[in-house]
Design a protein around this ligand. Sequence first.
Ligand SMILES: O=P(O)(O)OC[C@H]1O[C@H](OP(=O)(O)OP(=O)(O)O)[C@H](O)[C@@H]1O
Ligand SMILES: Nc1nc2[nH]cnc2c(=O)[nH]1
Length: 182
Amino acid sequence: MLEKDIEKVFYSEAQIQERVKVLGQQISEDYQDKNPLVVGVLKGAVPFLADLVRAINVHLEMDFMDVSSYGSAFVSSGEVRILKDLDTVVEGRHIILVEDIIDSGRTLKYLVELLKHRKAASVKIVTMLDKPEGRVVDMEADYIGFDVPNEFVVGYGLDYIENYRNLPYIGVLKPAVYENAD
Ligand SMILES: O=P(O)(O)OC[C@H]1O[C@H](OP(=O)(O)OP(=O)(O)O)[C@H](O)[C@@H]1O
Ligand SMILES: Nc1nc2[nH]cnc2c(=O)[nH]1
């Protein structure tokens, strides 16, 4: 079972779901008649995006991008590459970028600049988690679920070598999990 690998829960399923509802209400108020394009950043944002769009009560469209910036399991390489681009034309659209976490800020900085270059009407960021102590570039989200300390977190989309994304809560792994990894 997955639970046995968890050392500490930072945010429970109930806390997350309650927070997602509030974010959805705020976004609904801010985006009336704007038909935003909600852009999920694969893969980590998928659980959050799935819950968030169902808490938003305005017309919207969805699309996805896949970018890679993580050199190893824990340390960002600093270089962002597009693995899957959007299918939608961005020019003139109000973009809501959905992320599971902002850590160094490099992924979002790259994406925001790209979308502005493509002449988006506006670009705003919603992230479930913000890790301010991890920041190496200047980047802030417009809507934030929760802050987390400078620890490697998993769950609710966040992985450790592709595992634990399906946990409905957010926490940290027991040290033994890392010790037993190859
Ligand atoms: O602020 P940063 O330091 O750039 O880190 C944040 C990014 O790192 C993770 O993605 P990852 O590249 O691990 O891909 P994944 O979503 O597929 O797990 C996360 O989902 C963010 O996209
Ligand atoms: N799983 C996971 N991925 C990240 N990407 C950037 N920071 C983190 C983190 O704390 N956990």
